[in-house]
Design a protein around this ligand. Structure first.
Ligand code: ZN
Ligand code: ZN
Length: 686
């Protein structure tokens, strides 16, 4: 049994033993409570040490207890930790709670003499803040949330779609970035920015600190003349970020990140003495930590936005190589290779016409049927096109094959791609990634593949030899198709890097989107190293980009890929940054389960271990009324750097009403409780 200190008022410490198998308390740099300077009246703030947090979350629940948090003259504040930190402010036998976690705090309030919960204030909607809300019914408190997140609490299923579209609220091209509770939470009040909430003489200033959540709020409270902030997920101790994937609100334009930086800056200007965050230790030296955090976030923001001209003069750099032909829209890249070019036009298309008149097309989308039909007819008449044998798909995004059904119908073209890309194109409904074909509402929801290549497989076609290989980058579901064309080594690379190779300011990287499934080791870092060793003479990328002599840009691209990964590492409180970056380390396949009343459907849970040692996972499946899941608890191990697969059965009783249900996956890894981070959707329909 390991022992650690229980902090008491006045700074005396008493040895106490609360927990078996306690991990050594990590000390994180200069922000340890022990560093609070003498004579600071706030040195009576005795912060719940991280050791305790680890202890509570290591499932030794019998010994879990409310911990006092001493702040100046305030001696009625406590913290409880399960899926998040729950702060309990007591007065007599009444209490106000900030956030709720899984609700187990309610079973312990009696220990500090609390009989009534008058208010619960939520900092934001994430499930790990409110997943125990159903337990509030017996306590009948008033519940308040940020006004911006009202609908996320009250109508959570509105934010999951059986069939997503590109423009759905709170999504990155159809993939949701909000994590609302599985059932609605009844509310009594909402707060707008700078509202003041008073409870038994204590005033809380409601501060809009969105960024990790679309309407995330901090509750600022003045104790002995200094601000204390209940700050939700704005920042964790050590100037760290709770999760990246909650802050990714768009397709690489950094809206969420910019909001977060603004919120950090605002909070910083209050010069708070302490922040009490939703996860981990209390934050002392809060102003300095916010400053450090802000500078890390600004570094990330610089690396994060695209590495080429976009929304400015990108069109000028798109292609400085190809030459006009007798067909105005079609330009010649090399003697046998053509593409579209016109002002401010970004389709996905390349066509290689062999001397025999047979052709291969590389991606086909965003052109429009009329222009495509006209151009192919002109190619037939003027440049000898006779037949399109196949269209090769570079990656899983729908905009790269919107016009493929036309090529199949009118030209008899087959569809070819790499094995890694094929499954996601053929069955997009099984996944929850950004920009999949159903979201485009193009009249088809999947793309059948006629020929599937293994990684590194070669094929011969009309005297050309091509290799199809795995090249992730912007997404893990991407490939590189390369070979000699007209005496040059040409690589078709999809949407990984764009730009003008001659401009030393550009590293070319496309959007960073965690919802493309794109951890850097299986994304941009891998892709950049791949291109480094491939040494192509010319890159024909997606969206009509052509990059001649790209070596120097590939070098800059590779340097950038490592730098941005390191920026996330510097922000991560996890042992491996991928836990806070990747929204898919626990995922259900299919993600959308279509089930009829009375039916049972099989689902596979994929659980990933990024570490180099085995991990124990405990996953509780939390289903709403009307959905049964077996087993409802998975206790398993996953080997080092690998994934486990676990079968689930989802059953819907025959009297279940039609509609969509959110099923949450409450995850604990090696004793660390994450809560309901992940979900799947059950779409109940006849
Ligand atoms: Zn959160
Ligand atoms: Zn793409």
């Amino acid at each position: 049994m390991t022992r650690h200190k229980q902090f008491l008022p006045g700074g005396r410490a008493k040895e106490g033993a609360y927990c078996t198998d306690l991990v050594v308390t990590p000390r994180r740099g200069p922000y340890n409570p022990g560093d609070i300077v003498e004579n600071d009246m706030f040195n009576r703030l005795k912060l719940f040490p991280v050791a305790y947090v680890l202890c509570v979350s290591s499932l030794v629940m019998a010994e879990a207890r409310l911990r006092p948090v001493w702040i100046g003259s305030e001696s009625n504040l406590f913290v409880w930790t399960d899926t998040c930190n729950v702060y309990v402010l007591r007065e007599g036998d009444a209490a106000l709670l900030i956030d709720l976690g899984d609700g187990s705090v309610l079973d312990h309030l009696g220990e500090i003499g609390v009989r009534r919960v008058e208010w619960v204030l939520f900092t934001h909607h994430h499930r790990e803040q409110c997943q125990g809300a159903a337990k509030l019914a017996a306590w009948k408190p008033q519940v308040a949330v940020p006004e911006i997140e009202r609908a996320l609490f009250e109508e959570p299923t509105r934010f999951r779609k059986a069939k997503p579209t590109l423009g759905d609220a709170y999504t990155v091209h159809g993939a949701s970035y909000v994590r609302p509770p599985i059932e609605s939470v009844r509310l009594n009040r909402t707060f707008k920015d700078l509202d003041v909430f008073t409870w038994r003489g204590r005033e809380f200033r409601c501060l809009d600190t969105k960024g990790n959540s679309p309407g995330g709020m901090s509750y600022l409270w003045k104790v002995d003349g200094r601000w204390i902030g209940f700050s939700g997920d704005v920042m964790l101790d050590g100037a760290k970020m709770h999760t990246w994937f909650d802050t990714e609100w768009d397709y690489g334009f950094a809206k969420g990140l910019y909001e977060l930086i603004s919120s950090v800056s605002l909070l910083q200007s209050y010069a708070p003495a302490y922040l009490l965050p939703s996860h981990g230790e209390a934050v002392s030296r809060a102003t300095e930590q916010l400053q450090e955090y802000q500078s890390k976030l600004r570094t990330l923001a610089r690396l994060y936005v695209r590495g080429y001209e976009i929304n400015t003069f990108g069109a000028d750099d798109q292609d400085t190589v190809s030459k006009p032909t007798s067909i105005p829209d079609l330009w010649q890249v090399t003697p046998h290779l053509y593409k579209f070019k016109r002002k401010d036009f970004w389709p996905n298309f390349g066509i290689l016409v062999a001397d025999s008149g047979h052709a291969l097309v590389f991606d086909c989308g965003l052109i429009g049927r009329d222009l495509l039909a006209r151009s192919l007819a002109a190619l037939q008449e003027q440049l000898g096109l006779q037949k399109i044998d196949a269209v090769l798909i570079t990656h899983m995004h729908g905009d790269h094959f919107l016009d493929v059904p036309y090529l199949r119908q009118k030209w008899g073209a087959q569809v070819w791609t790499l094995q890694d890309v094929a499954g996601v194109c053929e069955h997009p409904e099984r996944y929850d990634y950004a920009a999949m074909i159903p979201a485009y509402q193009a009249g088809f929801d999947s793309l059948p593949i006629d020929r599937i290549f293994q990684r590194g497989e070669r094929f011969e076609w009309e005297g050309y030899t091509f290799t199809v290989d795995w090249m992730p980058g912007q997404t893990q579901f991407g490939c590189c198709i390369h070979g000699q064309i007209d005496g040059r080594h040409i690589a078709f690379t999809g949407d990984n890097l764009f730009g003008d190779p001659a401009d030393p300011q550009q590293n070319g990287h496309e959007a960073v989107v965690a919802r493309n499934s794109a951890i850097f080791e299986e994304g941009y870092i891998y892709g950049a190293e791949y291109l480094r060793s491939l040494v192509p003479d010319l890159i024909v990328a997606g969206h009509s980009w052509v990059m001649d002599r790209p070596q120097q840009m590939i070098e800059r691209f590779a340097v950038w890929a490592h730098e941005i990964r390191d920026a996330y590492v510097s922000l991560s409180a996890e042992e491996d940054y991928r836990y806070m970056f990747d929204p898919y380390w626990v995922r259900a396949e299919p993600y959308r389960v279509f089930v009829k009343p009375g039916q049972t459907v099989d689902v596979t849970l994929h659980v990933r271990n990024f570490l180099s040692r085995p991990q124990k996972h405990r996953i509780e499946v939390h289903a709403p009324r009307g959905v049964n899941v077996e087993p409802s608890l998975l206790d398993s191990s996953v080997g080092p750097r690998s994934s486990g697969r676990f079968p689930l059965k989802i059953n819907v009783p025959s009297d279940t009403k039609h509609g969509l249900r959110i099923v949450a996956l409450d995850v604990t890894v090696d004793g660390k409780r994450y809560g309901e981070w992940f979900d799947l959707i059950a779409c109940v329909a006849p």
